[in-house]
Design a protein around this ligand. Structure first.
Ligand code: B12
Ligand code: SF4
Ligand code: SF4
Length: 238
């Protein structure tokens, strides 16, 4: 059914149409270049990468319905992402890869190239519209994306993301919100954070209502995830 809708569309429109029912979107495209391009399973160097993700939590109800039908699935969000994105990639002549695959693909570097995003002081990339409330569920590699003329890289996100919100955020409330000051200049102190989350205080605070540092950022508040999604991500991370 998806095939019937998308196979006559230019590639970006086809990816958009195929992902839309699942609350996902093409986040941007990049041409990785010969040296840094990931290879497809047949050894061919990929010509183009389409990042697949979400701004806000629009995919969450679709995922929840799937999760209820697949109780007990290990790493359910990763499993759902594969169940959704792999067939779409195959339909469109590409091959899907995922942020959880080992060895890790450099999703944040790809996002910086594809969308013009930059890191926030928290390590998360910040988007001018979505703030810190966005993520990546996969990427589709194409060996021949067949780009021509106007359908080449239809990527409005690239222009939208040209500005960097942290540049004009003088007070940087994200940095003072963490109770264990996990965001040190040397990098994210994962163990300080995880140790804190095990305490009653952490369980009642960040584990229940989300990372206080992320919550402190004023950008993209309209895209903040719902309470259940926040708790799911915190549980998966801790
Ligand atoms: C390992 C990992 C972690 C480790 C970080 C360890 C470390 N110090 O590097 C841990 C487990 C701590 C972590 C935590 C989180 N992560 Co994480 N993580 C990853 C993962 C799987 C691999 C990163 C990597 O090494 N890539 C390989 C290198 C070669 O690629 P890269 O693009 O160059 O990697 C960059 C990152 O490593 C980044 N980085 C370095 N230190 C840190 C620290 C943090 C906290 C983050 C987010 C990034 C980051 O800098 C690198 C250079 O650009 C990526 C997915 C992926 N495949 O990239 C997600 C990813 C970076 N994580 C993500 C997220 C959302 C989180 C959490 C917010 C999860 C949550 N709770 O919801 C938390 C943040 C902590 C918190 N308090 O909430 C998102 C970021 C999206 C964005 N907006 O930028 C990613 C892309 C996954 C996704 N599906 O979208 N994560
Ligand atoms: S609070 Fe300010 S510095 Fe921190 S992530 Fe948000 S915009 Fe950037
Ligand atoms: S989850 Fe809580 S302890 Fe961990 S980095 Fe965020 S604010 Fe700090």
């Amino acid at each position: 059914m998806i095939g019937g809708r998308v196979d006559s569309l230019p590639l970006n429109a086809a990816v958009t149409a195929a992902l839309d029912p699942f609350g996902l979107q093409p986040r941007g495209w990049l041409m990785p270049g010969e040296r840094s391009a990931p290879r497809l399973k047949n050894g061919t160097v990929s010509e183009a990468i389409c990042l697949v993700g979400h701004g806000g939590g629009g995919f969450w109800p679709v995922f929840q319905t799937w999760h209820e039908m697949h109780p007990g699935t290990a790493d359910p969000l990763d499993a759902w992402s594969k169940a959704v994105i792999e067939p779409i990639a195959a339909l469109l002549g590409g091959e899907a890869v995922f942020p959880s695959d080992r060895p890790w693909h450099p999703f944040q570097q790809w996002a910086m190239a594809a969308e013009g995003l930059k890191p926030s002081p928290l390590g998360l990339l910040i988007h001018p519209e979505y703030g810190l409330w966005h993520g990546y569920r996969g990427a589709i590699l194409f060996d021949d994306a067949g780009f021509t003329g106007e359908d080449a890289i239809a990527n409005p996100a690239t222009e939208a993301a040209a500005s960097h919100p942290c540049d004009t955020c003088a007070s940087r409330p994200c940095l003072s919100a963490c109770p264990v000051e996990a965001f040190a200049p040397a990098g994210f102190a994962v163990s300080s954070c995880r140790d804190y989350l095990k305490l009653d205080e952490g369980q009642a605070g960040c584990m229940k209502s989300g990372c206080l540092a992320r919550e402190a950022c004023p950008v993209g508040r309209n895209y903040r995830y719902g309470a259940e999604q926040i708790r799911f991500h915190m549980a998966a991370y801790s």
